[in-house]
Design a protein around this ligand. Structure first.
Ligand code: 6BB
Length: 610
């Protein structure tokens, strides 16, 4: 399709890492610099009333440049699509990080929170408010530095301090201060401004939360006073540095030189062109060169079509773009992502479309593809009868590295999640919370039952809270509909972030399942026979009303509502673990509510005799 032609001149597309709402986000590699990027893809026809949101985001991002704001590189608009090319943040969501740690210590919270305050103070200084601050909208880059995303709701400064108070609470507690199944009850709780104070919070943390979560905006602490608040200053002895370290004015000499050589322009012309900041391919190339330099890589551009080993023409160029435009997680052919210079970061799983041929290979012969009968007609995915031609040979296994900074002092906690016994729904945060006696905020006389209502309970995951909490207590702000705030906090542990282990191909029947390292998205079993486990899972899925397509040792699963809407998509892959030498199940959610998914997978796995 024509819409992707322009994009594919500059980027090689990889996997989709997020779908939902009106956009999907794909990982990609910028061809000239070899730098990784994230591309938000929107269908203009499907945008409808969300179109202003997209325009708002683009306009704001064009005016914002800051060390803790996800950098905009490039905006492309075609007849049917809008592509927004953004900074690559392989550390994933703050939300997942908090959940994987249960909660953060006060010290770590301070490190994180100062970055949030820095970003938001800068946003305010530029005349905007973010208005959708939540842990899902803060991503970690490869250096474990936070980057604020999603400016679709930003407007004049108003409600961000209160939202930062919620964030601060979630960071230190691991759950929300205000929570309820019932939207009206939730609204009332917010308006009352009463929340539970777990006993692990220090007096200074309690005080700061109280100042930030004031219902009355006039009584709430101002951004100015937040920057040098005693809690913020503790251990640092300096206010938050909110000014941008990435100014628009100064251009980097090395990057200008490289671009001048590449474009055969003199330096002045080049500087003039860059300084237009049109968020076209030149802006993207300059900013990505700068990022490359900051990562200690040579400030060099690749020659067009010299990407990949042996100066191979990018394989995607040989492909029809038909598949690229499908709503599936497909990308343009077999990707040579090895040449992308971000070896430190997430190597995307190559995906195959046009290279897939009718199956006459070992993979699908030995393990006959199965299309579960329960709703086979609804499944359009024909993956089970295709196989990647060139993939079978490649045995190389990629391990996503941990961020360079030692981030997870509680690494062992993740491993706990890999055992079936611990793959249970209540989080340790919740258990711990319930064990410890809470201190109430003044005026809150509720007892333990009440306390439980503010704990993220898995029983509530089916709900969809469409209430804009940020707005709920802001009388002077027009109400916006349909904004999910902190409802989406309730997401799973199973998010694909950076620390997944993947190989370049899925396990085939001939070679057996993939050998993976133990990770928090892999459940171990006591079994040693992968086929037995695979068969066991396949026998259980129909009983749980899960449709699936088998591809080697991977089961691509989905659930549907009564109306045929796909409510959940996930993969279960039988894999071989090395230490211990047992069979495991890798699970990965692609779409749908994480907690509903978590319960379902838990149900499936506990039904298996593993
Ligand atoms: C973005 C990103 C930037 O992602 C699903 C939605 C930038 C995402 C990323 C990542 C993991 C690994 C590698 C890269 C701007 N807006 C949205 C963005 C939205 C997804 C975040 C993860 N959850 N890099 N990455 F998140």
């Amino acid at each position: 399709m024509k819409d992707y032609d322009e994009l594919l001149k500059y980027y090689e597309l990889y996997e989709t890492i997020g779908t939902g709402g009106f956009a999907k986000v794909k990982l990609a590699c910028h061809i000239l610099t070899g730098e990784m990027v994230a591309i938000k893809i929107m269908d203009k026809n499907a945008l409808g009333s969300d179109l202003p949101r997209v325009k708002t985001e683009i306009d704001a991002l064009k005016n914002l440049r800051h060390q803790h704001i996800c950098q905009l590189y490039h905006v492309l608009e075609t007849a049917n699509k809008i592509f927004i090319v953004l900074e690559y943040c392989p550390g994933g969501e703050l939300f997942d990080y908090i959940i994987s740690q249960d909660r953060l210590s006060e010290e770590e919270t301070r490190v994180v929170f100062r970055q949030i305050v820095s970003a938001v103070a800068y946003v305010h200084s530029q005349g905007y408010a973010h208005r959708d601050l939540k842990p899902e909208n803060l991503l970690f880059d490869e250096n474990h530095k936070l980057k604020l995303i999603d400016f679709g709701l930003c407007a004049k400064p108003k409600a961000d301090v209160w939202s930062m108070g919620i964030l601060l609470y979630v960071l230190m507690c691991g759950f929300l201060p205000f929570d309820d199944d019932n939207v009206m009850a939730l609204y009332k709780k917010i308006m009352r401004g009463k929340y539970d104070v777990p006993k692990w919070l220090s007096p200074s943390s309690i005080l700061l939360l109280q100042q930030m979560l004031q219902v009355d905006p006039k009584k709430r602490i101002s951004m100015k006073n937040l920057l040098n608040h005693p809690w913020i200053m503790q251990d640092y002895n300096c206010p938050v540095e909110w000014q941008s370290k990435n100014p628009f004015i100064h251009l980097d000499d090395d990057c200008v030189t490289e671009l001048s050589v590449h474009h055969r322009n003199n330096r002045q012309t080049m500087e003039d062109l860059i300084s237009l900041w049109q968020y076209d391919h030149l802006t993207a190339t300059y900013l990505l060169l700068l990022a490359k330099k900051a990562r200690g890589k040579p400030v060099r551009l690749r020659l067009p079509f010299s990407c990949g080993p042996a100066n191979a023409t990018p394989k995607s160029k040989n492909l029809s773009l038909e598949d690229v435009t499908s709503d599936e997680n497909y990308v343009a052919g077999l990707i040579d992502y090895e040449w992308c210079e971000d070896n430190l970061s997430t190597p995307p799983t190559p995906q195959f479309t046009k290279h897939w041929t009718e199956s006459n290979d070992l993979e699908s012969k030995s393990l006959t593809p199965v299309l579960c009968k329960s709703s086979a007609n609804k499944l359009k995915n024909k993956e089970n009868v295709y196989t990647p031609q060139s993939a079978v040979k490649n045995e190389e296994c990629f391990v996503f590295p941990e961020p360079k900074t030692p981030v997870n002092k509680n690494q062992h906690k993740r491993e706990v999640l890999t055992t079936p016994n611990h793959y249970t729904t209540p989080s340790k945060a919740r258990n711990q919370y319930l064990k410890e006696t809470p201190v109430k905020t003044p005026g809150n006389s509720a007892g333990r039952d009440k306390l439980m209502t503010s704990v993220i309970s898995p029983e509530r995951r089916c709900r969809s809270v469409e209430l804009d909490l940020n707005q709920a207590h802001m009388e002077d702000t027009p109400k916006r509909k349909g904004t999910k705030v902190f409802g989406s906090l309730e997401r799973g542990l199973d998010k694909v972030i950076t620390v997944l282990t993947r190989s370049k191909r899925k396990g085939t029947a001939k070679d057996g399942p993939r050998r993976l390292k133990l990770h928090y998205n892999v459940t171990t079993t006591r079994l040693v026979n992968p086929d037995q486990l695979l068969n066991e899972i396949m026998s259980i899925l129909p009983k749980k009303h899960v449709d699936y397509v088998q591809k080697g040792y991977t089961l691509k699963c989905q659930t549907q509502s009564d109306f045929g809407k796909v409510t959940m998509q996930f993969e279960l892959e039988v894999c071989q673990l090395q230490k211990p030498d047992v069979v495991g199940i890798r699970r990965q959610r692609l779409k749908g509510d994480a907690w509903v998914y978590k319960r379902l997978v838990e149900d499936i796995l506990s039904s298996c005799k593993v």
